[in-house]
Design a protein around this ligand. Structure first.
Ligand SMILES: Cc1cc2nc3c(=O)[nH]c(=O)nc-3n(C[C@H](O)[C@H](O)[C@H](O)COP(=O)(O)OP(=O)(O)OC[C@H]3O[C@@H](n4cnc5c(N)ncnc54)[C@H](O)[C@@H]3O)c2cc1C
Length: 393
C-alpha cells in the first residue's frame, strides 16, 4: 500500500539556531524537499543568551550556503579568563562575535526562508507517531520531525526523554566598562561551583553582561536579585546601567549522549547539548541541526524516513561524542579550585594551552596532550605564598 501523503517532508519545531540550521541542512541536501519551520514566536524575537558566536558556527553555516551573516558586526579578538585574582588574557586563535540573538536568529530564519523553507507561527503542544508519518497537534503531518524547541522542549517531553543537569543564567545589556572593551571577559565563581559572570563587548558601546550557575537538585533556584548580586561580586560595575534583563535555563551536556532512532530527531538545547564549561550552546545547536537536516534528507531520498534517526546517530557520533566525553572530564576536574587555578596559570603561560581550552569551551575541541602537559606543569610549579599568580595581559 502506498504511504499516506504528508503535508511536509520535514517539520522542524523551533526556529532558533538549531531549528533554522536543521531546515537549512535538509534543503541544502535536497532543495526539492517540503520543509516547514514552526515557532511559537514571530521573528525577530529575543532569546536570553550571552550572544557569543564562535567562528566555528560560521564555518558550519557556510557549509549549507549561509555566508555574510555577521559582516556588519565587530569581531572580538581577546578573551580574558579570571578566577579569584588569577587572570589569563590572550588573543583568541580566531576572533569571535557577540551578536544579539534578536538579530542573529532572525537572520538565520531569513536565510532558511530564502532557501525555501515555509515559516509558520505555531506553538506545538502534541506529537503523535504513526507508522508512516508524525502528526503535530492533529494538524501538521511530516515524514520526519526535528525537535529544536529549546531548553523546555515539548518534543523531548513527548518522547519521554529526561532533562538532565541544568544551569540558570541571567543576562542584560549595559554600557561596556572601559577596561573590558574589545574583549570577552569571563570570571569564574569561587563560591558557587560551577558558575561564572561575563561581560562580552558587542562593539557598539554595549556589552552583554550576565551570570549563571549550575542548579542543584532539591535546592531552590536563585532569584533574579541573587543572580544580579553574584554578578556584581564577580564583575563589579559590569551591570551598571544594565537593561533588558532576561533569564533562561541551560540544559548541560553529559559524557554519554545517544540520539534516538526513528522519525523524530532532537537537536540543540532540546537534545541537552550546552557546554558545561562555558554555557556555550549555539555551536552544538547548529552542528546537530545541520546533521539532523542532512540525515532527514538522506533517509527521505532512500524512501526510508523511519531511518532518519539512525543516520543522525552515525553523523553525530563522529562530530560530537569524543568532545562530549572530554568536556565532561574537564567539567569534573573544574570542581577542584586547584585545577581551575592550574588551568588558568597554564593558559596564561602558553598560548597553545589557551587555544586548546578555547576549542574545548567554544566548539568541538578535546582534552589535548598540550593541555594535559600544561596542567601538569602548572600543578608542579610553586605559586606565590597566597597561591595567586597573575600573568601580564
Ligand atoms: C543567559 C544565557 C547565556 C548564554 N550564552 C551563550 C553564549 O554566549 N554563546 C552560546 O553559544 N550559547 C549561549 N547560551 C546557550 C544558547 O542560548 C543555547 O544553547 C541556544 O539558544 C540553543 O539554540 P536552540 O535553537 O537549540 O534553542 P533556542 O535558541 O532556545 O530556540 C528554541 C526555539 O523554539 C521555540 N519554541 C519553544 N517551544 C516551542 C513550541 N512548543 N512550539 C514551537 N516553538 C517552540 C522558541 O520560541 C525558540 O525560538 C546561553 C544561554 C543562556 C540562558
Amino acid at each position: 500500500m502506498a504511504p499516506a501523503p504528508t503535508d511536509f517532508d520535514v517539520a522542524v519545531v523551533g526556529a532558533g539556531p538549531a531549528g533554522a540550521a536543521a531546515a537549512l541542512g535538509a534543503l541544502h541536501a535536497d532543495p526539492s524537499l517540503r520543509v516547514v519551520l514552526l515557532d511559537r514566536s514571530d521573528f525577530p524575537r529575543d532569546k536570553a543568551c550571552g550572544d557569543g558566536v564562535a567562528p566555528h558556527v560560521l564555518d558550519l553555516l557556510a557549509e549549507v550556503g549561509v555566508t555574510g551573516l555577521v559582516d556588519d558586526q565587530v569581531p572580538v579578538a581577546r578573551l580574558r579568563l579570571g578566577f579569584g585574582g588569577l587572570v589569563a588574557e590572550r588573543p583568541m586563535a580566531r576572533p569571535a562575535w557577540v551578536v544579539p540573538r534578536q538579530v542573529f536568529d532572525a537572520r538565520l530564519v531569513d536565510a532558511a526562508v530564502t532557501a525555501g523553507v515555509r515559516f509558520l507561527r505555531h506553538r506545538v503542544r502534541a506529537l503523535r507517531q504513526h507508522a508512516d508519518a508524525v502528526v503535530l497537534d492533529d494538524q501538521i503531518s511530516a515524514a520526519v520531525v526535528v525537535g529544536a524547541d529549546g531548553a523546555h522542549s515539548a518534543v523531548r517531553r513527548v518522547l519521554g526523554q529526561p532533562r538532565g543537569p541544568v544551569a540558570l543564567a541571567l543576562r542584560g545589556y549595559a554600557p561596556v566598562a572601559p577596561g573590558w572593551r574589545g574583549a570577552q571577559v569571563i570570571e569564574f565563581g569561587t563560591r558557587h561551583q560551577p558558575s561564572y559572570a561575563w561581560s562580552f563587548d558587542r562593539g557598539d558601546g554595549l556589552a552583554n553582561v550576565g551570570y549563571g550557575e549550575l542548579l542543584h537538585e532539591g535546592r531552590p533556584a536563585p532569584s533574579r536579585a541573587l543572580l544580579l548580586e553574584r554578578l556584581e561580586v564577580l564583575l563589579s560595575g559590569a551591570a551598571e546601567g544594565g537593561q533588558h534583563w532576561a533569564g533562561h535555563h541551560l540544559p548541560l551536556s553529559m559524557a554519554r549522549w545517544r540520539p534516538l532512532a526513528g522519525r523524530v530527531l532532537l537537536v540543540g538545547d532540546a537534545a541537552r547539548l550546552v557546554n558545561p564549561l562555558t554555557g556555550e550552546g549555539i555551536h552544538h545547536a547548529v552542528a546537530t541541526g545541520i546533521a539532523a537536516g542532512r540525515a532527514a534528507a538522506a533517509a527521505l531520498r532512500d524512501e526510508r524516513p523511519e531511518r532518519a534517526g539512525e543516520d543522525y546517530v552515525r553523523a553525530t557520533r563522529r562530530i560530537l561524542q569524543p568532545h562530549l566525553r572530554h568536556t565532561a572530564v574537564v567539567a569534573r576536574l573544574a570542581r577542584s579550585t586547584r585545577l581551575i587555578e592550574a588551568g588558568l596559570r597554564a593558559s596564561a603561560a602558553d598560548q597553545r594551552v589557551f587555544d586548546d581550552f578555547v576549542e574545548l569551551g567554544l566548539a568541538h575541541g578535546r582534552l589535548t596532550r598540550t593541555v594535559a602537559l600544561g596542567l601538569g606543569r602548572a600543578l608542579l610549579t610553586p605559586t606565590r605564598p597566597n597561591g595567586r599568580h597573575q600573568e601580564p595581559a
